[in-house]
Design a protein around this ligand. Sequence first.
Ligand code: SAH
Length: 216
Amino acid sequence: MRLDVFTLIPGAFDWLKERRPVAAVLGNGLELNVFNYRDTTPLSAGQVDDEPYGGGPGMVLRVDVVSAAFEAVYGGLPGHRVVALSPAGRLLDQELVEELAAEPALTLLSARFEGFDQRILDHLSTDTVSIGPYVLSGGEIPALAVVDAVVRRLPGALTEGSGEVESFSAALNGGLEYPHYTRPADFHGWRVPEILLSGDHGRIAAWRQEQVRSVA
Ligand code: SAH
């Protein structure tokens, strides 16, 4: 999969490349590129934003800046899904993550300030995605969330089997995972459920199934 992220803070993505799951598949099923709008802006002095028409506070990311970035990277429109990150978008859930992870290539657009010129959403993007009903200061944290969630679903990203029985997975009927415990078995009287220490794999599997909670 090819993942391209457009941002004003490329450094925000550095640690992600060094850690699992991204590090496990980089160059081996995943190509991750991070582009700075400022590097290709047609405006002088690295300008990328402007005052909103009609007045009001804040600055708006310009459509010609995003278009020039696409021209430089793709020679035009990307020709694959372009996700603009915005609080007004479709809420990111596991279903959408699976859908995006099945794409051969994906572009993520992040904005700061007041957000995107609407024409970026109307003409340069195919999807608008929100990571939740709250406002963050920029699209970098949302883009990190999308990259991490999508990359987890790529073959080889996780250790064998660990991505199959998880919250929201088909294996749990879309429910929330059962609780986990590890040593010590007794910590100041907080005991691990006896059944998990029983060695009876059938009863343990049944107990875990009982503990799965449906999403409210
Ligand atoms: N003025 C906008 C908020 C802009 S926040 C409004 O009222 O809706 C600046 C940028 O941060 C957004 O353009 C978007 O790229 C990103 N952002 C903030 N919150 C987000 C969220 N919940 N999901 C996805 N992106 C978000």
